[in-house]
Design a protein around this ligand. Structure first.
Ligand code: MN
Length: 206
């Protein structure tokens, strides 16, 4: 019986990085990527698979798990690991080698309609990322016709409040401490100016 049940369970896999460990260097070193992806991100996926064993949630996709378990204290273990697994894959894709610059026209127009300018949007992202107390994430999201900036704490994800994530920056200390020590603002600015993948964000628009 157990065997049959286990066979139908959804095994979540660690998504491959969209580039090599050193592609983001020197903004984010290969040492940081190695620990962040190979230990932290992998750890969330491994813990999630353990927690799902034999539960009614074992057949759900990662995205469904995030939405279905959000805000339920008795399921916080599953939520935290599922959301962290989802957020990290989204974060890796939010950056690219030689990123930064200007967004594709359709995203740039939407940003300029929602903020005074692209630079104002950049400033809001920096503010959200640097004022998030403790661990969390800064996000560019789509809320119907509007583009917005928001921050979430710990593992939280904008999908659980009905927003469509476009890109994210991880502001947990493990994302920047090896390269920037406590200088979170320097990490965030460098990511936005040199690594951010606007093409990925544009692809995520509805
Ligand atoms: Mn992280």
């Amino acid at each position: 019986m157990k065997q049959a049940k286990l066979k139908s369970e959804y095994i979540h896999v660690l998504d491959p990085l969209p580039y090599t460990d050193s592609a983001l260097s020197p903004v984010i070193s290969s040492d940081t990527v190695g620990v962040h992806y190979g230990k932290h991100h992998k750890g969330y996926v491994d813990k999630l698979n353990k927690q799902l064993e034999g539960t009614e949630y074992s057949d759900m996709s990662l995205e469904s798990l995030v939405i279905e378990t959000a805000g339920k204290p008795d399921l916080s273990g599953i939520f935290n690991n599922a959301a962290q697994a989802w957020n990290h894959t989204f974060y890796w894709h939010s950056m690219r080698e030689k990123g930064g610059g200007a967004p594709p026209a359709k995203l740039k127009e939407k940003i300029e309609a929602s903020f005074d300018s692209l630079d104002a949007c950049r400033e809001e992202l920096i503010k959200a990322a640097t004022t998030q107390f403790g661990s969390g994430w800064a996000w560019l999201v789509q809320d119907r016709d509007k583009i917005k900036v928001m921050a979430t704490g710990n593992a939280d994800n904008p999908m659980t409040s009905g927003m469509k994530p476009l890109l994210t920056i991880d502001v947990w200390e493990h994302a920047y401490y090896l390269d920037y020590q406590n200088r979170r603002a320097d990490y965030v600015k460098a990511v936005l100016d040199k690594l951010i993948n606007w093409e990925f964000a544009a692809k995520n628009l509805d």
